[in-house]
Ligand binder design. Sequence first.
Ligand code: KIV
Ligand code: ZN
Length: 387
Amino acid sequence: MTKSNEVLIFDTTLRDGEQSPGATMTHDEKLEIAEMLDDMGVDIIEAGFPIASEGDFQAVSEIAKLAKSATICGLSRANYKDIDRCWEAVKHAKSPRIHTFIGTSPLHRAIPNLDMDEMAERIHDTVTHARNLCDNVQWSPMDATRTEWDYLCRVVEIAIKAGATTINIPDTVGYTAPVESADLIRNLIATVPGADDAIFATHCHNDLGMATANSLAAVEGGARQIECTINGLGERAGNTALEEVVMALKVRGDIMPYTTKIDTRKIMNISRRVATVSGFAVQFNKAIVGKNAFAHESGIHQDGMLKNRETFEVMKPEDVGLAGTSLPLGKHSGRAALRAKLNELGFDLADNQLNDVFVRFKDLADRKKEVFDDDLMALVTQNDAED
Ligand code: KIV
Ligand code: ZN
């Protein structure tokens, strides 16, 4: 398969994201998020784990029915019962996908107590079974990054021969470093017979804070599907954040010449909605979607931003769906930002008046974390009264 430069975005907010303890969403909330994902251009939505509960089954089935353009995928373990249930849920989609997985590392092989040959046979049989139901089958060797190299090559080859169309390489415990992530995909593609018949995907967890870097490195190595979640929601430290990989590829196309179909202007809206329905607030300094991602408080930064926004911003807030940059006033702010804010509020002060207000503003800012519009108006009015 010739590798185009388009990277498919596989969103698993509704499956891996929802597996975060405490992030459970209701049926209606899942449908709403799925519609938003579909609308923003996500290629594949992993809508749930149909065998896990009746609720998950219903949600995946409904999402499959309503999706307009995204492929709808469900997760299943490596057994026929799971795969059949998954197919029952996703089969309603215009473009359905079955995703089946099994843990292949020594630690994970010990759990079902299968030896290497028995597991290889199980992979062959379950992928074949899934492929008999659905043309679009994804297979994942869970904990791939801690699986012995020879065995990983062997099972990936088996899965491709049995009909898997996407091979996902999960860094299940967020253990890999970027250089390894790129090499792993590159070497698999170069080594495994038939690798060209499949798309390779990367699925990274963020335990060491390297999920975004690892996903982008995997793309450099030849992966053409990134698995991710909105706000990086996911078990433990979460999954790769969709907004981070998508914006990194958009902003740094000069050194990473890959495209996605995501309408980035819809990022902020869905980020807020996922935060609300999952109950997982976004940290203030979170890349792309944090409250402070486009906010500048210090005088030097505010002055720079008022002269040229590129001084301290590498992307436009409008490109992620924000109305604009914000210049909150606090004790680090300077005269330029204060004047700009007062102008915005309809005050055009002479230099000496501004100086007076500025002194009182600093005094207030020392006592308050943020100075709001009402505070400023009070300061100006006080100034007028004293004049
Ligand atoms: O992290 C992981 O290994 C997974 C698999 C089920 C793909 O989420
Ligand atoms: Zn995962």
